[in-house]
Ligand binder design. Structure first.
Ligand code: SF4
Length: 220
């Protein structure tokens, strides 16, 4: 499939998201937020769900968490436009039993209903690395795994590399978590620094426990 074909398929998917009624989240949202980024990106970031700002603009990670995410990406020498960004559910969860509840967590049934969109995005973009942001994204790929046990780690699964991080929004008011996210991003930087090879994935993953020169990577 050419890059143009992938772009067209992603556009078709985005239109389907806007008209989707597979779960109830569309009812109280203004826009679907399918995701954005280069169709041939090697890195796919998967967050949890759109929030109020994302709902208004129809774009992922545009609020304060998005700004912090961009700072984190800069640690790895990446710009936002270098990566594809999406969420496990594409509409803003904001109702709980008929009452407004801002940014509630997505329900398992909503995540399940939305999963085909994420699976299609992964097939189309075919990234080498999927970065899970937060526990809901982690659980989508690895049910039962605790983020506190695996953040900052790389694993190989189904021919791809997965890297696990806390959600940037969780760190906005917690300096310790902010430090953890920055430290984990430095580990991802180490992983991305060398060309990915099929021959030595385990050795590369083990190296992450001892980044070569963490001081050099302290960019902010
Ligand atoms: S969250 Fe996903 S499954 Fe639910 S309505 Fe939106 S696009 Fe459809």
């Amino acid at each position: 499939m050419t890059t143009g074909d992938v772009t067209a398929e992603l556009q078709r998917l985005a239109e389907e998201v806007q008209g989707c009624t597979r779960c109830d989240l569309y009812r109280d949202a203004s826009h679907g937020v399918p995701g954005e980024g280069p169709p041939d990106s090697n890195i796919l970031l998967v967050g949890e769900a759109p929030g109020r700002n994302e709902d208004r603009q129809g774009r992922p990670f545009v609020g304060a968490a998005g700004q912090f995410l961009e700072q984190l990406l800069a640690l790895a020498g990446l710009r936002r436009s270098d990566v594809y960004i999406t969420n496990v559910v594409k509409h803003w969860p904001n109702q709980d039993n008929g009452r407004y509840r801002e940014n509630r967590a997505p329900e398992p049934a909503e995540i399940l209903a939305c999963r085909p969109f994420l699976d299609r995005q992964i097939r189309l973009i075919d990234p080498r690395v999927i970065v899970t942001l937060g526990r809901f994204s982690l659980a989508t790929f690895f049910p039962g795994v605790r983020i506190s046990d695996v953040h900052g780690q790389v694993r190989e699964h189904d021919g791809r590399f997965f890297f696990h991080m806390y959600h940037p929004a969780a760190a906005l008011h917690q300096q310790s978590l902010r430090d953890t996210l920055m430290s984990d991003m430095r580990k991802l930087t180490e992983f991305l620094r060398e060309p990915l090879t099929e021959e030595q994935p385990e050795a590369r993953v083990q190296e992450l426990d001892n980044p070569a020169d963490p001081e050099q990577l302290t960019l902010f």
